[in-house]
Design a protein around this ligand. Structure first.
Ligand SMILES: [Zn+2]
Length: 132
């Protein structure tokens, strides 16, 4: 089974295109400075529609994680157990990801520093992280 594909829209396309170019981008509000992921057309803080895309330095910390021991999609049946980890970038936005060297969650700890590691699944580039 093929890797599940995201629903890429004109709004989210810069995020996915950025990853293909080796950059992790997030949105930043020109009005209030708020920063966020995933893409949305209005600032979740002030609701103005003045977002710009900004490149992350690719550093962050682990906020939370779970370990999947059961595959709910056949595409992942050969990958269990694996982690799904919430990472907070140093710039503030949070995103769900995987830790590539986390030994299926056994090496993860709260606030552990991580660094971006872009990986490819077919034509898709994904923002994953490694413990540093
Ligand atoms: Zn704002």
């Amino acid at each position: 089974m093929s890797f599940p594909q995201p629903d890429i829209t004109p709004l989210s396309a810069p995020y996915w295109d950025g990853l293909k170019q080796g950059k992790l981008l997030f949105q930043q509000c020109r009005a209030c400075g708020n920063r966020w992921l995933p893409a949305r057309d209005a600032c979740p803080n002030c609701l103005k529609r003045e977002a710009e895309w900004v490149e992350s330095a690719g550093r962050g910390r682990i906020v939370s994680w779970v370990v999947y021991h059961v595959s709910y999609n056949d595409a992942f049946k050969d990958r269990v157990p694996y982690d799904v980890t919430l990472v907070e970038l140093d710039e503030g936005p949070r995103l769900l990801s995987n830790i590539v060297n986390g030994d299926a969650g056994r090496k993860l700890s709260l606030h552990a520093p991580v660094a971006l590691q872009i990986e490819h699944e077919g034509d898709l580039a994904l923002a994953r992280f490694k413990l540093v």
